[in-house]
Design a binder for this molecule. Structure first.
Ligand code: AMP
Length: 115
């Protein structure tokens, strides 16, 4: 098992504001929200980062993560106006927690480039 803070959230060792849960996926509100809606969607298995994903092995899981994001977007009322999904990967990508996570950001106009 991994030892990131997200592993502890999966194991319910530390609290989180959970917005979606299935056998394979957990999603919870980001503790430092960067938009009115900011959730993190994570697999329950340990994948440290995007560059560790193997397409054939993890395709189903990634599809479930997108399904979860779409459900949360609908539930929070941001689906119509649009939203952003972000994976930060590694040091230059700005990744802080080495347990794969997809940011769902919405409820305001996003800027491009993200900086
Ligand atoms: P990243 O920079 O892509 O690795 O993003 C990590 C995210 O995890 C940041 O947006 C943090 O605010 C968020 N985060 C860190 N610890 C927690 C926590 N205990 N509960 C919820 N979100 C967290």
């Amino acid at each position: 098992m991994g030892n990131t803070i997200f592993s502890k959230i999966i194991n319910k060792e530390i609290p989180a504001d959970i917005v979606y849960e299935s056998d394979t996926i957990l999603a919870f509100k980001d503790i430092r929200p960067q938009a009115p809606v900011h959730a993190l969607i994570i697999p329950k298995i340990e994948i440290p980062k995007v560059s560790d994903i193997k397409g054939k092995e993890h395709a189903q899981l990634l599809g479930e993560m997108i399904d979860a994001a779409n459900k949360i977007a609908r539930d929070t009322g941001i689906s119509e106006d649009g939203f952003r999904l972000v994976f930060n990967c590694g040091a230059n990508g700005g990744q802080d927690v080495y347990h794969l996570h997809m940011h769902l950001l919405g409820g305001r106009q996003m800027k491009w480039p993200p900086g």
